[in-house]
Design a protein around this ligand. Structure first.
Ligand SMILES: [Zn+2]
Length: 286
């Protein structure tokens, strides 16, 4: 939005503005996950593995299709930046923009994390969220957004001239390189925009600028996912800590996050199968 418009409003400007919006992608056209199946299966699940992500750092973890995983707050309020890659093909990556278009700015139970083209299928379904009570606050803020990107050293350099090496972007590159054996410059191509787990964000009412505020997360809170396909997860503990003030320095108090991976009784996943990639092929349009 231009701060000072260069053009005078036309005579019918109010009329044009009053036109009611329509939802771009009505959710009732989406094939919805069968949450009742997940609710039964999660009752049976047993902890199989856990990974601690130290402060200002990242870790990868693998989750088989049909398993659950949780991101758990431990020790203190901490925000996490989550990447997801398909184990079969790293180019199948979480597509935050399309997920936002389908599910809105912030995710919670029942929403799905969609993958990039040409795959375009659910990679994970959110099956539990202890912060679902938060909804939207008086500033328009909500939790677990898909509107931010991931904190990165390029923007930090642009805005402040400073170089900081523990942004989520850099943390995720390092651990993906370790996981795959790729050099860092190669791994960087696969790091993508995130689900901002536990982060509380929105757009200001007046200028519609992206804002953050102290996360309401407390130790013991968690968000739980069902893996729809075989996944490699990457989780960075944001150097912003609870993101109450800044996120590209060593100033904020930071805490670890825990990832827990659970195996359910597969017999309880009645009717569930890993989703196929989109049936659309670009060649059909030629
Ligand atoms: Zn970050």
């Amino acid at each position: 939005m231009k701060r000072t418009p260069q053009n005078r409003a036309p005579l019918d400007s109010e009329k044009r503005k009053e036109v009611e919006p329509v939802i771009c992608y009505p959710i009732d056209a989406l094939p919805l996950p069968n949450m009742a199946v997940y609710e039964v299966a999660r009752e049976s699940m047993a902890l199989e593995n856990e990974v601690i992500v130290p402060p200002r750092d990242a870790r990868t973890f693998k989750v088989k299709a049909g398993y659950f995983f949780r991101i758990v707050s431990v020790e203190g309020p901490q925000v996490g930046d989550l990447n997801l890659w398909g184990q079969g093909d790293l180019w199948e990556r979480f597509y935050s923009g399309k997920t936002r278009a389908l599910h809105g700015t912030h995710l919670s139970t029942g929403d799905q994390m969609w993958s990039s083209f040409p795959f375009m299928r659910p990679m994970a379904t959110i099956t539990y969220d202890t912060l679902d009570w938060y909804g939207f606050d008086m500033y328009g803020g909500g939790v677990h957004d898909v509107i931010g990107t991931r904190c990165d050293p390029y923007t930090g350099k642009l805005l402040s001239g400073q170089e900081y090496h523990h942004c989520c972007h850099s943390n995720l590159i390092r651990v993906l390189a370790d996981e795959t054996g790729m050099p860092g410059v190669e791994a960087e191509k696969y790091v993508h925009d995130v689900l901002n787990v536990f982060m509380c964000t929105g757009f200001t009412h007046d200028t519609h600028q992206y804002f953050m505020k102290a996360s309401p997360v407390r130790p013991g809170d968690f968000i739980e996912f069902f893996a729809e396909i075989d996944l490699i997860g990457g989780l960075s503990t944001c150097p912003g800590g609870d993101c109450s003030s800044e996120h590209s320095s060593d100033q904020s108090a930071c805490y670890p996050l825990k990832v827990e991976i659970f195996k359910p009784d597969a017999d309880l996943l009645t009717g569930w199968a890993p989703p196929d990639p989109s049936g659309y092929s670009q060649s059909h349009g030629r």
